[in-house]
Design a protein around this ligand. Structure first.
Ligand code: ADP
Length: 448
């Protein structure tokens, strides 16, 4: 096992990694930008090193500064968390060439999976069905038109290097295709410095179901079942559940597909294969996320596996301590993302000082958050202030538990998504499981 690890991240996930290290008896070094100087979790690390100014480019995205901090602190490994550099193959490669183990997959696997067009080709080799679409990037409007006609409208334009829902355009007819191709390319270039786009069939009201993978350095790959992340707004997840409400044979097939895919790309460490599921329970691969995900706790709750500790153990060369048949799926877990955003005003970010914080407790309730009363949410980074997670023997019990936990949770001083979640957990469609990725915008908050 490593003696010391550096966490190249901030906020909730930095604290999550610190906790995992403590339980493993590993020393942990935190880094922070000037904007995070007073972040409460820094005190929980064995050491905290300032890496630069508030702007991410000067701190959490700055590879030389992170490597310098790792050298100064004399760590053996670097945990990238999620976001920032977590899926940057160059960062993974630089870490390893500087003799720091990168707690994540091989950089070759990150690189291949980072280009969604490439990932779909690998999926095809692994006999995993993807959403029908273009085999690779689309370069001209004429080609886009020809392909869209072959696929059949509506189609979805996606950025090959995309993430976070950026660069996506639904196109319903020929007339609007050229303008959408152009604007998607511009958005992709601006967001990912790569204008490559591709086309997919737009699946009507799908559910988003993803599979958690763990793969060690000795060829063992297991899936840790699934999560349903259909509750999204503008392709950003709001609520995640495990297990997905699907027949057990479909869940098994999803898991097996994800394992085949991970093996095909030489994947190691923790990762997620994302799928869309249609009304007939057909599933289509969309992408791999080569990192720990925000929603990993729901999987931890139903399986009893500490995924972050497993990431560290795998990177240290330990074989997985369990086989596929040992990975259970027990009860039902739900996570809601509490963001510092104003749901009444187009989810405008709401930075500022938290004046009061009252956190729910009781059976089956987990609160993963870096904030406390008196803490000021900086305006510089993403808006996640906490994740409220519940676990119960059944979905109805988990829903009731989340409802009462949300009613106990009080965050004052900033606007949050708590009122939105209280509505969701009282809505008949959601309670009955009748939601899809378009439900929030179609039913819960339709355009005025
Ligand atoms: P990103 O990496 O930007 O998050 P994804 O490929 O993971 O993009 O897709 C994000 C979300 O967009 C999905 O969860 C789903 O809601 C929607 N989506 C993606 N592809 C399709 C598709 N072909 N048809 C319908 N919805 C889609």
């Amino acid at each position: 096992m490593f003696q010391r690890i550096l966490v190249a991240n901030r906020g909730e996930i930095a604290l999550r990694v610190i906790r995992a290290c403590k339980e493993l008896g590993v020393e942990v070094v935190a880094v922070y930008s000037q904007a995070d100087r007073d972040a409460p979790y820094l005190e929980l690390a064995d050491r905290a090193i300032c890496i630069g100014k508030a702007a991410s480019a000067d701190s959490y995205l700055n590879i030389p500064r992170l490597i310098a901090a790792a050298e100064v602190a004399d760590v053996q490994a670097i945990h990238p968390g999620y976001g920032f550099l977590s899926e940057n193959p160059q960062f993974a490669e630089i870490c390893r060439s500087c003799n720091f183990e990168f707690i994540g997959p091989p950089h070759e696997a990150i690189r291949k999976m980072g280009l969604k067009t490439e990932a779909k080709l690998i999926a095809a080799e692994a006999k995993v069905a993807s959403v029908p679409g273009s085999d690779g990037a689309v370069t001209s409007e004429a080609e886009a038109l020809r392909l869209a006609k072959a696929i059949g409208f509506p189609v979805l334009i996606k950025a090959a290097a995309g993430g976070g829902g950026k660069g996506m355009r639904v196109v319903r007819d020929e007339a609007t295709l050229p303008a959408s191709v152009q604007s998607a390319r511009n958005e992709a270039e601006a967001a990912f410095k790569n204008p490559a786009i591709y086309l997919e069939k737009y699946i009507d009201r799908p559910r988003h179901v993803e599979v958690q993978i763990l793969a060690d350095l000795h060829g063992n790959v297991v899936h840790c079942w699934d999560r349903d992340c259909s509750l999204q707004r503008r392709h950003q997840k709001l609520v995640e559940e495990a297990a997905a409400q699907l027949p057990i044979d479909v869940r098994r097939k999803l898991g097996e597909a994800a394992v085949r895919l991970a093996k095909a790309v030489g994947y190691t460490n923790a990762g997620t294969c994302e799928f869309l599921v249609d009304a007939e329970n057909n599933f289509y691969f969309i992408e791999v996320n080569a990192r720990i995900q925000v929603e990993h706790p729901v999987t931890e709750e139903i399986t009893g596996i500490d995924l972050v500790q497993q990431q560290i153990r795998i990177a240290a060369g330990e074989p997985l301590p369990f086989g596929q048949d040992d990975v259970r799926s027990e009860g039902h877990a739900i996570e809601v993302r509490i963001n510092s955003e104003d749901p009444d005003h187009d989810f405008r970010p709401s930075a500022g000082r938290i004046t009061d914080l009252r956190v729910p407790g009781g059976p089956g309730v987990r609160w993963d958050s870096h904030v406390r009363a008196g803490y000021s949410v900086p305006p510089n980074y993403d808006s996640l202030v906490g994740k409220l997670i519940v676990h119960a023997p059944s979905r109805p019990q988990a829903l009731a538990r989340m409802r009462r936990a949300l009613d106990e949770l009080v965050i004052e001083g900033i606007k949050t998504t708590i009122p939105l979640h209280r509505r969701i957990f009282r809505h008949k469609d959601f309670l009955e499981g009748n939601v899809d990725t378009t439900w929030v915008e179609r039913v819960l908050m339709p355009p005025k």
